[in-house]
Structure formats: structure tokens, C-alpha cells
Design a protein around this ligand. Structure first.
Ligand code: GRF
Length: 211
């Protein structure tokens, strides 16, 4: 049999999300999955913060939660091992960093190379690291935005998947700029997740090709 009717639907990808706080990007991914836009199943939320609002979001949608509380570990290495174990337990096809506020260790970056993406509130490679919106304002940038990129072992440095831009207004402060960028993040992240789940992304060196 040929044609669409005979084509077997691809198995939905298993997505694990890492988030440290509010989780609005996590929610955008959940909503896109539930709307049928993204062929995936969110199988885990892993968080370093027992107070993260992302936990309530996960519970509302029946997504299992693992808290790996950074403060309960004697060293960064011990924390990273526990985090890696929690991530592996979820058997994800894709890991999405949606406001995960710690730097990931090299071992985790290597374990999920090409299978882990992050959303950052600036047009990388400009303004990596913390307070990206503040950095853009202090630098006098006229345009900023957000970037979804694959994660490697450089801070906010992996191959870029998608970007969306917003103007920086003279009246902006950090909050107004962050709010305007966040609207674009909520479009950009589910779109990048969708492309991954449809097997449409290939990485060649630093460059991501979208088929
Ligand atoms: C977003 O601005 C994201 O780009 C950055 O952290 C923030 C998380 O927001 N990495 P939320 O938790 O998704 O609401």
C-alpha cells in the first residue's frame, strides 16, 4: 500500500524536561504536545529546585517529577551523577532544558550529545550566560531575541537550531524586554522540539540543517 493512508505513524519521541523555576517554556512544550502539534510524550520533569513552579505544572499534566536537590549533595560531582541517573532513568529521545539554571557538566553534555536542546533569551552567540536581557540592554543592542540550540560543553555555545528576534525599545527595562522575548520563546521552543521529533534536524559541525 502506498500514500499517506499506508504510512505507519512514527513512534512519538520521549521527552525529558529539565527546569529550575517558573516553567513557562515547559508549559509551552506541554501545550504543543497536547494540541497534537508535536509528536512526543513528555515522560519526565527533572528539577534541581524542590520549590520550582514547574513541578505543579508537571503534576497537572500527569508528568512524573524527579527532584534532584542540589543542596543535598556533598559535591558538584555527586549532584551531577544523580542528575545523570535521573535523566537516564527517563530513557529520553530528547532532553529539553527549559530554564534549567545550572551549568551542565561535561559528562551529561556528552551523554546526550545531539539529543539535548536549550532555550536562551538572547540572539547567541551574543550575550551567553546569566542576565542575557540585561546584557543586551547594557550593550545598547537594537535587536535581541531568543535562541534554541543543541547543548555541547560550552556555555550556551552549541549549534543553533532556531532564533526569533524582537526590537529593543528605548523605553525598555530588563522586565519589559524579558517579557517581549518570552513571548517568542514560547513559539520558538515548541517549534524546535517539533522539528527534532519529526527527525528533520541534522548537525554538521556547528551548523544545523532543517529538512
Ligand atoms: C527563560 O527566559 C529561558 O530562556 C531562560 O530561563 C527562562 C526560564 O523561564 N533559560 P521559564 O521558567 O520557562 O518561565
Amino acid at each position: 500500500m502506498t500514500g499517506m493512508a499506508g504510512r505507519k505513524a512514527a513512534t512519538p519521541k520521549r521527552i525529558a524536561v529539565l527546569a529550575s523555576g517558573r516553567g513557562s517554556n515547559f508549559q509551552a512544550v506541554i501545550d504543543a504536545i497536547e494540541a497534537g502539534t508535536v509528536p512526543a510524550r513528555c515522560v519526565a520533569l527533572v528539577t534541581d529546585n524542590p520549590e520550582a513552579y514547574a513541578i505543579a505544572r508537571a503534576r497537572q499534566h500527569g508528568i512524573p517529577v524527579t527532584v534532584v536537590d542540589y543542596r543535598k549533595f556533598p559535591s558538584r560531582e555527586a549532584y551531577e551523577q544523580a542528575l545523570l541517573a535521573a535523566m537516564r532513568d527517563a530513557r529520553p529521545d530528547l532532553v529539553v532544558l527549559a530554564g534549567y539554571m545550572r551549568i551542565l557538566g561535561k559528562e551529561i553534555a556528552a551523554a546526550f550529545a545531539g539529543k539535548m536542546m536549550n532555550i536562551h533569551p538572547a540572539l547567541l552567540p551574543s550575550f551567553p550566560g546569566l542576565h542575557a536581557q540585561r546584557q543586551a540592554l547594557l550593550h545598547g543592542a537594537r535587536i535581541s531575541g531568543c535562541t534554541v540550540h543543541f547543548v555541547d560543553d560550552c556555555l550556551d555555545g552549541g549549534p543553533i537550531i532556531l532564533q526569533r528576534c524582537v526590537p529593543v525599545l528605548e523605553s525598555d527595562d530588563e522586565d519589559t524586554l524579558a517579557d517581549r522575548i518570552l513571548v517568542q520563546e514560547h513559539l520558538c521552543l515548541p517549534e524546535a522540539v517539533r522539528l527534532f521529533c519529526e527527525d528533520r534536524l541534522t548537525i554538521t559541525g556547528r551548523v544545523v540543517r532543517i529538512r
